[in-house]
Design a protein around this ligand. Sequence first.
Ligand code: GLU
Length: 508
Amino acid sequence: MDSGKVRVRFAPSPTGPLHIGGVRTALYNYLFARKHHGQLILRIEDTDRTRFVEGAEDYILESFKWCGIEFDEGVHVGGPFGPYRQSERKDIYRQFAEKLVASGHAYYAFDTAEELETLRKQLESEKLPNTSYSVISRTRMKNSLTLNEVEVNSKLAAGEEFVIRFKMPENESVEFSDLIRGDISVNTSTLDDKVLFKSDGMPTYHLANIVDDHLMEISHVIRGEEWLPSLPLHILLYRSFGWNAPQFAHMPLTLKPDGKGKLSKRDGDRLGFPVFPLEWKNPQTGEVSSGYRESGYFPEAFINILAFLGWNPGTEQEIFSMEELIEAFSIGRIGKAGSRFDPEKAKWYNHQYLIQKSDKELAEIWMSELTERGIDFSMDYISKVVGLVKERADFVKDFWENASFFFEAPESYDEKMVKKRWKEDTPEILIKVMQWIENIAPFTSAEIHEKMNDFLQKNNIGMGQIMPLIRLALVGSGKGPGVMEMMEVLGKEEVIKRIDQFISIYKP
Ligand code: GLU
């Protein structure tokens, strides 16, 4: 490996939709690669055919396209180290497994499923420290360590089913370092003889992952903490092959909002927020899980949320563009502790991005919902409405609830409020208000404001007397933005129409 050259990879297994923890892993790899002018590779690890899910790979690709994580090499873009889908590299792995057998680091094992089950039960009853296929038990089993060469060769020649297992050294201390976890030391006697190559002709994750990371010249492996227990085996595999290992960084888990346990695929819809970037429909059960995209999150906000899930810049700044993240990112600032997912903070991020967008841009996004609702107003009008309601919204989909009255005059009025506000002289006052409005030109909130005091003084009316009434007439309830701002957007004619209608309904 060319020292100093950064090549990182994201290596998902297409076993279902990508969890946000997975997108975060990809993001940190992306930031690291960009920061160091290196390459990011997308490798699909699909050697476990029993867990393969139709559509999962496309889902992964679409998720990255949506949130703006770009790959330099991979299944979808090609590259000089391809193919990038492990099922298409099948032929590569067996020779590497056999190399380890030849060098004494691995062995053939011919045990049947029943024999393995018997072993497990026996080891349990003997209360041995290691109850799996390991240095303690392998001498009792049917493998190339216990059978002679002739027996092994005849079994192989007869096409008997076999696996290749790693021969874990006895009582050795494996020492290595993780960029996040620091120095780690593990005694090999606590580890088992993992299968490297399976009877179906496919490598296991461990073998394929190491071989590919080596062949693809990966310099840093940045992945989830759940892979830390596999690291001693991976280190030993590199040593057995005589290869230099990449550097490792195992990222903290993403935790549930209450901090109790890992954020699981099932948590999202149960706790009321998505755990997947895009909506996912389970092809087997038809069950639909919500996604960030469909829930109205902006991709930039989504990226910002994930960036802060386990990393921090060490400053007060919370809003980061992708460019700023690349600039600020470092593995050294990834925390060791698990990071809780905070759904309220996630909404806050989206709000920050929403208010930064122009009214016109938001209006364009909102347009599709309005069209679906049969609303047909000019872009200019819709942009003005957006300008008045966006401060109170976290998502574009919140607009309607706060703004429907800009498009439809109220059909009913909050009775409690009417009761409180409607006095005997109300119709008379509102008629004066209409006459006053008629003469305001230009009909802007500034002008309305300007003329207001004069009007109130002349008629001896208090501001608190008429404002709630005008709001009721325009909105039908006590909600909505500032009354004068609403008046400007609705326009003189519509305002007079609504006040008039309000009077006619409640006038005795
Ligand atoms: N295929 C593994 C996964 O699905 C990759 C783990 C790794 O990055 O080594 O997470």
